[in-house]
Design a protein around this ligand. Sequence first.
Ligand code: SAH
Length: 197
Amino acid sequence: MTQTVAAIIWAIGLLAWAAIRYPHQRHARRIRVVSDSRSLTDRLALGAATAGLAVIPIIYLSTGFPALANYVFRPWMGWVGLAVELGFLLLFHATHRQLGRNWSVSLEIRDDHRLVTDGLYRFVRHPMYSSFWLWAIAQAFLLPNWFAGLAGLAGVAIFYFARVGKEEDMMRAAFGKEYEAYAARTGRVVPLFKRGD
Ligand code: SAH
């Protein structure tokens, strides 16, 4: 595995993310939003994730900036990156399918919103965010640059910590005891950790 192949894997990952998301984004437009907990903080958090997972790596790959932060690429990094990237895409695809019409890019409750507690949601409350963590980890292995490689982890960390508590507050307000019970038996993003992992 060469550095160029690793960069191509990173780029294919971004395109595959967009291809998986696109039909859900289109479909979501047709489903009425009942309540909306979007905020400026949440928008900024989404912006941070976009910057870290897309804008900064694209600048790095097209201009080489910041070259000062480069380090030596080793083939094993590319193989680890590829394996984690595949895990990300499989998980991202599965969570979109399982959340179905209940998905929103931001914090929204939809018409006829159902609390999903089966499939991957049996084990963790935020498997789509688990997939975003994998995406960021894959990027760190695929791009041998301290800034561009780690920007994804910083972006996902900002996004995750700004959003997850607010999302759970919104779900608790919408589903009450049903969500309380669900939260008590599941971890947030890692199956083995219950509550607050
Ligand atoms: N946090 C989840 C979902 C991300 S999409 C995950 O990581 O898999 C965000 C939207 O999904 C939220 O606005 C909320 O409306 C919806 N949502 C989150 N958890 C849900 C669940 N268990 N069942 C149904 N909808 C959910």
